[in-house]
Ligand binder design. Structure first.
Ligand SMILES: [Zn+2]
Length: 187
């Protein structure tokens, strides 16, 4: 069952879990197809804040999958920013575990998932393909795992509200962080 093409980082693995639920007892026939779609470049994913919009090319007409990711809890955001205060923050598996051990698991929560296909059943192959594609992207660049939960946006929002002094203070470490400066792969 293990497919090491996806979720080889703990950050990416969270998205594999959306496809391969631990509660799943029977094998799901759609999963190999979904993995093939993601691997074959059939999933085009775009991000807009906490909205993931993906076009999945499968069959005759492309399908559009929209995933809304819940905002990261403030406690988790604070915990991550506290630990990322170094000059070149590194989003490693160890960091993930440290954040989780501190009681703030950074795993995403999905607010809603929608697909344009007429499949009556939830968890259509398009939706599953998007989870694998997200895992692949996040393995390559774990910043995405934070970005789709609004981690970097929270920093921006805090700074634009001049009146929210306490909030601005809380996010001071975030302001100092340039998302582009993150080390994402240990080399
Ligand atoms: Zn679908």
């Amino acid at each position: 069952m293990a497919d090491h093409d996806y979720g080889y980082t703990t950050w990416g693995k969270d998205w594999v879990r959306f496809a391969e639920s631990l509660r799943q007892t029977r094998p799901e026939r759609r999963l190999p197809s979904a993995r093939r779609l993601a691997r074959g470049g059939k999933v085009q994913t775009a991000f807009d804040g906490r909205t993931v919009r993906a076009v999945v090319h499968h069959g005759r007409s492309p399908r559009v999958v929209t995933v809304e990711v819940a905002p990261m809890p403030t406690g988790t955001t604070a915990e991550i920013s506290r630990r990322l205060s170094g000059a070149r923050p590194l989003l490693t598996d160890d960091l993930y575990r440290a954040i989780a051990d501190a009681g703030h698991p950074p795993a995403p929560v999905l607010d809603s998932v929608d697909c344009s296909c007429p499949a009556a059943a939830p968890r259509c192959v398009h939706e599953l393909a998007v989870y694998y594609d997200m895992a692949r992207r996040i393995d390559d660049d774990p910043r995405i795992a934070l970005d789709v939960q609004g981690f970097f946006r929270t920093a921006t929002a805090g700074s634009s509200q001049g009146s929210a002094e306490a909030s601005a203070h809380r996010w001071i470490a975030l302001h100092a962080l340039d998302p582009a400066a993150y080390f994402t792969t240990p080399e």
